[in-house]
Design a protein around this ligand. Sequence first.
Ligand code: ATP
Ligand code: MG
Length: 399
Amino acid sequence: MNQLFTEALPVIAALEEAGYEAYFVGGSVRDSLTGRLINDVDIATSATPHEVKAIFQQTVDVGIAHGTILVLHKTGKYEVTTFRTESGYSDFRRPDEVNFVRSLKEDLQRRDFTMNAIAMDRKGNVIDPFYGKEAIQKKEIVTVGNPNERFTEDGLRMMRALRFVSQLRFELNPDTYASLKKHVHLMEHISVERILVEFEKLLLGVDRKKSLELVVNSSLYYYLPGFKAYKSQLAKVRAYGIEQLKEEEEMWGFLLVLLDIDDIESFLRNWKMPMKNIRFIQSVVRLVKQEPNFLQDKFLLFREGEKAAVSAASVRAVLEHTNVENAINTVKEVYTNLMIKSMSELALTGHDLLAFASDRKPGPWVKEAMDGAVQAVLTGQVANDKAAIKEWLNTCNLM
Ligand code: ATP
Ligand code: MG
């Protein structure tokens, strides 16, 4: 048993000692059976949320209405979710009602795919009423029960199916895929936030190329914010070595360049992406598109930072079918040799500048002078020394 499971055994034991059932469920069980690395374990139990809270000293109500309590234990944090069924998906997404039940099988039955509907007890025995292990052996993604019903209940499951294609390199079961194509329009009802989570996992999976092909062929792309008009561009993705990109921001950068999106901020705001990520992706795309020789422009490298430059070099290498490793190494080398890497490393501060030019009021000239000094130091025109910079600024009439 994986160490993450053994560390969580006391939590399962405590629930059992109190007279309840408790099992490992979900992605961790699936991934341990496929030999993938697991990063967190989820626990399902017959105890109701209030019963769970009564057993453990430290808990957080993270999703009590849906039955999830976060248990803080010596070895980690564990999401403990009460066995539940869901009913009445009148809006094709969230269930109208969540019912807590005492039967594990009922809980497994409401899960999306058979590979995700396997439970494991504390001895490592697997409870698998829907033949999830068989599906894993066949590398097949198949819904628990009738795919038409399961996709109609919650359209996000179609997006999840394609992200598992990408992450696990599994095939879609033919009936599951046929149903997906038929119901893909139900994605319209799904919130962008939920789509984004799945899409970003899809973008980084080992088989992202195949998965993105299915996104196009199934017409699911049509329901992804901003992608509607770009079928032919998306179909071109398969010509590029995108699996070499390691960060989701790089995948976004690549797609935005490929689709030739001008207003990146609006595009990504429609995806409800955090502003910090949007700004970073903008830097990457700017470097890729507008600055053909950004490696020769030390000031640009200084301004955008190493991370954006590494990402931009990677994206460009993929677009130009050149070696990504080499591109990254070149950026890192140039960056290592930069005389200064941040404003705080400049020997002269804004404070010094204002003290030297005591007759001048603070204004835009300060930024201009500081940028000038940075450029001069970076290009070796002047040493990174306070007196030398002062003299240089004087000769250039910058202060
Ligand atoms: P990951 O390893 O990426 O976390 P996961 O399978 O654990 O993958 P989660 O989103 O963490 O995915 O969901 C945990 C489990 O909850 C799933 O394995 C599945 O059993 C169930 N589940 C999640 N989302 C849905 C859904 N939309 N419909 C039905 N069951 C779902
Ligand atoms: Mg999970």
